[in-house]
Design a protein around this ligand. Structure first.
Ligand code: ADP
Ligand code: MG
Length: 234
């Protein structure tokens, strides 16, 4: 599903390179918990996987597509078609209601619109049913999202990431605003929806108590040859 080969990344103006990953493979359906201290490059790695940034050296293949070979328009389309994202601040449009925010998830992808039912009416029905399955009942669907609680906004962000069944879900510290119990039930909800279509999940958190919920734990400094904390591999 995902393959990295000799990937190096250096932010402009930073003295040292941020990432050097010799090799990394992730299989379809894996639930990966990506961890490492603050500043260790987790978000940078996610931006490479989303093709928002390109490595200076090396190759990244996702679903057999070489991201480096794509034009910038094709990279944008690839992201819209295949990747659902959930960020720490959720990036919801606060003046839109919950359903409208979920619909944004497939706005730029005909492929995801097709998978979500095809017609506008069916896609809207899909958005409503996803929200209900995630515990946002219909009385809340027409509220502007800034009237919802943080936990509710987060579920809206999950529904937006899942609509149209993108193969890859990328979540960057989406639980940091929640208390411990809410974090775990949030992850269970995400997994439950993702398993309907074997989505691959890459989930970043600094909260180690969440790690056992995942099928794989990936310690970024241990595989990052640019990290001062890297393991010495003989
Ligand atoms: N947009 C950016 N421009 C320049 N440097 C950045 C940018 N984003 C992150 N960095 C640098 O890259 C390193 C890794 O940051 P980041 O990927 O955000 O780490 P993490 O998500 O693990 O906390 C840090 O040294 C950070 O300062
Ligand atoms: Mg980060």
């Amino acid at each position: 599903m995902i393959s990295l080969d000799q990937v190096r990344f250096h932010w402009p103006k930073q003295a040292d390179p941020t990432l050097h990953i010799a090799s990394l493979q992730i299989t379809q359906g894996e639930h990966v918990f990506l961890y490492g201290p603050s500043g260790s490059g987790k978000s940078t790695l996610l931006s490479l996987l989303c093709a928002i940034q390109l490595p200076s050296v090396g190759h990244i293949h996702i679903l057999d597509t070489d991201l480096i070979g794509l034009s910038s328009a094709k990279r944008d389309q690839f992201r819209a078609d295949h990747i659902g994202t959930i960020f720490q601040n959720f990036n919801l449009l606060t003046y839109l209601n919950a359903v409208e925010n979920v619909l944004l998830g497939c706005q730029f992808s005909q492929q995801r619109q097709r998978k979500a039912g095809g017609s506008n009416a069916k896609i809207k029905q899909k958005a409503i049913s996803l929200l209900v399955q995630l515990g946002i009942n219909e009385s809340l669907h027409k509220h502007a999202v800034n009237q919802l609680s943080i936990g509710q906004q987060q579920r809206v962000a999950v529904a937006r990431a899942l609509i149209g069944e993108p193969e890859l879900i990328i979540a960057d510290e989406p639980t940091s605003a929640l208390d411990e119990n809410a974090r775990e039930s949030f992850i269970q909800l995400l997994f439950e929806q993702a398993k309907h279509y074997q989505a691959t999940i890459i989930f970043v958190s600094h909260d180690q108590t969440l790690a056992p919920l995942f099928s794989r734990q990936l310690n970024l400094p241990a595989i990052n040859l640019a990290s001062p904390n890297k393991e010495v591999i003989e």
